[in-house]
Design a protein around this ligand. Structure first.
Ligand code: CS2
Length: 494
């Protein structure tokens, strides 16, 4: 089968959307770090729409860890398909916004030069939570992280996101690049401010004058990003080939829903993403808290407990009546009371819509995928809510069970005694805690609850929080997940 390429665009079935602009006339205005599925189904799609009227904003996409996607995209002239799985079927759209691709490992000087280029005024990021090499509980840069230590020693050959960013900004300072926007699109709390702090911390270690230049010339808007985009599977690749009639090695599959809210804080020109449906707002905080606590908090809860119940896919977990009841009540009684509704949003309808999105059976979103890197996710998804609830004297019953679900999962064996492949930067710490506890529930709970990198100095010392979580870890290990959930739901009626 012919491969997707510019030459193949004319042969696509008529119903497949494709670039209506001349991709050869597009300039590079954005450098994007992290070419994963999420970026390709989110910012790259908004940018593809903007390119219909403004050719300045082509993306130079940089793969940081592995060359696979960058190489495959280069072979396809940067083109790939987004398969949108809606209620009424599948829509396909070929995206043309990624105009260049680089693999960091082979091209760090070129990546740095690209960020320094005056025509580039946006560097955006989707590198996942752990890609920032920070302490998830405090948001501070982890100078002991091997990638950060490497980059401080080898500044022109960086391997970490923050190292690449600072090297690029340093080159910009030395050249004529001028001011620039750094747009973080990861699910971190106050993501722009967090990245600004990490960059400042690294830059200060390089040279205080560099940190000053960055402070004066670089804007770090906060963003709320939302679209459910599971990892691409072989079946998705086969479906893309079937729908397009040409071979696409790197399609992405996403739900129909997509949302992007961006703080109005820019230091240089930027694409008019609002023309493609993004919202530019003065205060991002209510949008961010709503999304991280309701969507991602529920997602993680469903992933841990759902995996333990044998659900391979998120839609199965969200369709399990006990789990659905748990997250509905958690959202309504413990999360929503901590939120301020963003203008024009009804939080009750938002929660109902989430359940429907989670239950989309056309999206093969594995519970194992969402369960990854819990140590980096829990603070903003569940623990920030716990802190607000405790400050207000409210109950944390459902949240405690969710957190206990994470501990039960991260302790590394399932209910049949089979090992769980726990993917997390702290996985060796988890394994050591579980080994030392030898199945003793309270020791497992205590060991995890001592992790200050996750729970911070405050929650690790809070007896009310600790005992609520430890009680549920005990229940899950003693009675199993289904029984614990059944009792929990029965005892805590609506
Ligand atoms: C998920 C998110 O993998 C995960 O942890 O919770 O990727 C989620 O699908 C997105 O944030 C949705 O916008």
């Amino acid at each position: 089968m012919t491969a997707l390429s510019r030459a193949a665009l004319d042969s696509l079935p008529m119903w497949v959307e494709r670039p209506v602009y001349d991709v050869t006339q597009v300039a590079t205005g954005i450098v994007h770090l992290g070419l994963g599925a999420f970026h390709r189904a989110h910012e790259a799609v908004y940018t593809d729409t903007v390119l219909r009227t403004d050719p300045r904003w082509g993306i130079c996409g940089v793969s940081l860890r592995t060359p696979g996607v960058a190489t495959a995209l280069a072979r396809q002239d940067g083109l790939y398909a987004v398969l949108e799985k809606g209620a009424t079927g599948t829509a396909a759209r070929v995206i043309g916004s990624i105009r260049e691709t680089l693999f960091l490992g082979a091209a760090s000087e070129r990546v740095i030069a690209r960020i320094a280029d005056a025509a580039v005024t946006v560097v955006s990021l989707t590198v996942t939570e752990k890609g920032y090499c920070h302490d998830p509980a405090t948001g501070a840069l982890n100078h002991a992280h091997p990638d950060i230590a490497h980059d401080l020693a080898h500044r022109r050959a960086p391997i970490s996101t923050i190292g690449v960013l600072v090297a690029g900004l340093d080159a910009r300072r030395g050249g004529a690049g001028g001011p620039i926007n750094v747009v973080c699109c990861d699910n971190l709390p106050r993501n722009g401010r967090t990245v600004e702090g990490l960059v400042a911390s690294f830059a200060k270690a390089v040279h205080p004058a560099l940190a000053d230049w960055i402070g004066a010339h670089v804007a770090f808007p906060c963003t709320m990003v939302d679209r459910i985009v599971p990892a691409t599977t072989q079946a998705d690749i086969a479906e893309a080939a079937h729908l397009l009639g040409v071979a696409d090695a790197v399609p992405v599959v996403a739900e129909a829903f997509s949302e992007w809210v961006i703080e109005n804080r820019f230091a240089a020109a930027r694409p008019a993403w609002e023309d493609a449906g993004a919202r530019i707002v003065a205060d991002i905080a209510p949008f961010e808290a709503m999304k991280l606590r309701l969507l991602n908090g529920s997602h993680s809860t469903l992933a841990y407990l759902g995996y333990l119940l044998g659900h391979e896919y998120l839609w199965q977990a969200a369709s399990d009546p006990l789990l659905a009841t748990l997250i509905e009540r958690m959202m309504a009684t413990e999360v929503v009371p901590t939120l301020e509704a963003p203008a024009g949003v009804d939080l009750g309808s938002y929660c109902a819509q989430l359940l429907a999105r989670f239950r989309n059976p056309a999206l093969p979103h594995r519970t194992q995928q969402i369960a990854m890197d819990g140590s980096q996710k829990l603070p903003q998804r569940l623990l920030a809510t716990v802190r607000d609830r405790m400050k207000a004297g409210g109950s944390i019953d459902h949240l405690a069970l969710a957190i206990a679900g994470w501990i039960r999962y991260a302790s590394g064996t399932d209910e049949h005694g089979k090992p769980i492949a726990v993917a997390d930067p702290l996985s060796s710490r988890f394994a050591a805690i579980a080994a030392a506890a030898r199945g003793n529930a309270s020791q497992i709970a205590e060991g995890f609850l001592d992790l200050t990198a996750v729970f911070g100095d405050d929650l690790t010392k809070d007896p009310v929080f600790r005992s609520a979580v430890a009680r549920d870890v005990g229940g899950l290990l003693r009675d199993g997940v289904r029984r614990t959930l059944a009792v929990h739901v029965a005892q805590r009626g609506p």
